[in-house]
Structures are given as structure tokens and as C-alpha cells.
Ligand binder design. Structure first.
Ligand SMILES: C[S@@+](CC[C@H](N)C(=O)[O-])C[C@H]1O[C@@H](n2cnc3c(N)ncnc32)[C@H](O)[C@@H]1O
Length: 315
């Protein structure tokens, strides 16, 4: 599981957390729906583990979903176009990057997007307020080698080819079309402190709208899990979802923050996973207890329990 195939770096990708998140998924999913698919890390993980065989990948970022679709359905075509763009950078790679970026911003073509994602600073996407890709090139690296890219794309394609529906809708439209035995995994952008915009993604979401959509899912009895807020040390990021939704909250220790380590602080990053009532009903109390703090260091659990925060945070 540690080596789940992936061909793009994407901030917020759940690739490294997938094995923990997967523990709460039902073991036999008719269709896994990801309304905020990004790089579809959870669908890849669910396919590797054979717990789902049909997928609906949706993301409001249209070129990103088109790129995912091309990679899954036409892996050779996108690998060849990457090879061509990668080879063309050799005369002046920085100028070439800016040319490809302009082309992408004019056309929204997913092929140049793959090159930009592989070649931009720290592999991290940035959009300006007009939705234009504005990240700079990484001057020290030339981007993933074409043969590695081809292998990675083939890895993802072999797991999902012919099994997915691809759309680029607002998540609320997807949730309205949910069918009875779908399982939904949601990984929306964090609710930042400075409003709904997050330059890492093309669009943010409104907190109240999201809560309303979850209420409707609960009314339908839908099974879903959401990665939502998180903590670094004692700092919480993202708004906590209201208790009235009756969600079960599980905390996953992601690891030591490298920035905190640099500053000599002992801070760990914790991500929350919320389970819908119909999902947690299918789990026994012992399972929930075991999952409630999926950490790398059991010591942390003791600390949280001592301060009485654990029970409060999970109910
Ligand atoms: C945290 S990322 C998902 C990462 C994904 N789980 C992965 O493993 O790569 C959130 C995604 O939500 C998408 N998004 C933002 N607003 C949206 C909306 N209103 N409807 C659908 N998708 C949206 C963003 O484009 C972004 O790709």
C-alpha cells in the first residue's frame, strides 16, 4: 500500500493516508464515488485492495479530471505527449515552461497540465484569483523522467481502466445523483481562515452549503466518509463539522511536522475523518474504539485521554 501508483504530485493527495482511511470503508463497495477526486488516491487504493470495482471520479477542476481520464483510458497517448513536451524543454527549460503554462491557461488542455504539474515548484499547484495556473518552474529539477511517468500512468490505468465515470461538476450535483448502494468518500478543500479561496485549488466550498448537503445525505441514509479538519500541535485548521450531523470522528496521526521539527517543537499533524451514521452503525464499538485514534505512537492517545479531550473529540 505504501507504493500506490500515482503520476502526479498534488497537495492534499490522500496517497500516504490511504491505508488508514481504507479501514473504515465497507469491504464490498458497488460503486465508490469521489465528488472531490483530485488525483483519486482513494479509488486507486480501493482498487488495489479489491474492495470496489466501479468508480465515479468528479472534480470541479475540469482539466484535472480530463487529465485523469486520459491517463486511465488512454495511457499511451498522454505518456507520448509528456515525452514530447519533456524533450522540447532542453534548449531553455524555463522559457519552455512559461510557454507551456501560457498555452495551458489559454486552452485548458490537460496535456500541458501534466507537464506543468511534473515541472512546477515542489510539484504544488497554485491558481490566481482568475483561476489561472500561476506556479513557477522548479529551476533545479527537470520534472519526472518520461519513462518513469509512462510507468506510473500505466500503473494507475491498469487499476481503473474501463471502471470509471468522469465528471467535472460541483460536488452538490454529484450528491444529488447518488444511488442507494453507493459509498461516498469526500475530501473537500479545507475551510481556510481567510474565506473560501485556497490558491492550491481552483475553487473552494462554502461551509454552510456543505453542511446542508451532508444533512440531505443523512436523510437518504447514505454511507459516506469525509476527510475534513485537522490539527497541528494545538492549532486546528478547518472548521469542525456540527454535532447535529451525528458523524463519528476518527483522528489519524499523519506524522511529525517537518517545519515544527526544524523549530525544535514536538508537534504532530492529525487529520480527522468523519463517518456517516449509516457507516458507523455497521462498525462494532470495538472497531470504532480501535480506529478512533489511528496513530503511529500510542503514547499520544494517553496524552489526549488524560486531558479528557479524546472522548469529547470523538463524540
Ligand atoms: C483535497 S483535494 C482532493 C485530493 C484527493 N483526495 C487526492 O487524493 O488527490 C480537494 C479537491 O476538491 C476540488 N474542488 C474544490 N471545490 C469543489 C467543488 N465545489 N466541487 C467539486 N470539487 C471541488 C479541488 O479541485 C480539489 O482537487
Amino acid at each position: 500500500m505504501a507504493n500506490l501508483p500515482h503520476f502526479i504530485q498534488y497537495q492534499g493527495s490522500k496517497r500516504n493516508l490511504a491505508k488508514h482511511i481504507l479501514q473504515v470503508f465497507p469491504k464490498n463497495i458497488r460503486r465508490l464515488v469521489e465528488p472531490f477526486a483530485g488525483t483519486a488516491a482513494m479509488s486507486v487504493a480501493a482498487s488495489v485492495n479489491r474492495i470496489a470495482s466501479s468508480f465515479w471520479l468528479n472534480d470541479l477542476n475540469k482539466p484535472l479530471i480530463e487529465l485523469l481520464e486520459l491517463a486511465i483510458e488512454e495511457p499511451s497517448e498522454i505518456a507520448d505527449s509528456y515525452l514530447e513536451l519533456w524533450n522540447a524543454q532542453h534548449t531553455n527549460s524555463v522559457t519552455h515552461y512559461f510557454e507551456v503554462r501560457s498555452r495551458f491557461n489559454e486552452t485548458s488542455d490537460p496535456k500541458p497540465l501534466l507537464y506543468l504539474l511534473a515541472r512546477c515548484v515542489k510539484g504544488s499547484v497554485r491558481y490566481n484569483s482568475e483561476g489561472l495556473f500561476n506556479q513557477s518552474p522548479d529551476k533545479r529539477r527537470k520534472g519526472t523522467r518520461p519513462e518513469t511517468m509512462k510507468r506510473n500512468i500505466a500503473g494507475v490505468s491498469s487499476l481503473l481502466k474501463g471502471k470509471c465515470k468522469f465528471t467535472s461538476l460541483d460536488y452538490r450535483e454529484v450528491l444529488e445523483q447518488i444511488e442507494d448502494d453507493d459509498f461516498i468518500y469526500m475530501d473537500p478543500p479545507y475551510q481556510g481562515v481567510c474565506g473560501n479561496r485556497d490558491s492550491r485549488y481552483l475553487s473552494g466550498i462554502d461551509f454552510d452549503d456543505f453542511v446542508l448537503a451532508l444533512e440531505q445525505l443523512n436523510r437518504k441514509g447514505a454511507k459516506f466518509a469525509i476527510s475534513y479538519d485537522g490539527k497541528l500541535g494545538d492549532k486546528t485548521f478547518g472548521k469542525v463539522l456540527p454535532k447535529s450531523l451525528n458523524l463519528e470522528k476518527i483522528e489519524i496521526e499523519v506524522g511529525r511536522s517537518s517545519q515544527s521539527t526544524l523549530l525544535g517543537k514536538e508537534e504532530t499533524t492529525i487529520e480527522s475523518l468523519y463517518l456517516s451514521p449509516s457507516l458507523s452503525r455497521g462498525l462494532t464499538n470495538t472497531q470504532i474504539g480501535d480506529l478512533s485514534y489511528i496513530g503511529k505512537k500510542p503514547k499520544q492517545l494517553t496524552l489526549l485521554e488524560k486531558h479528557g479531550e479524546f472522548a469529547a473529540a470523538t463524540r
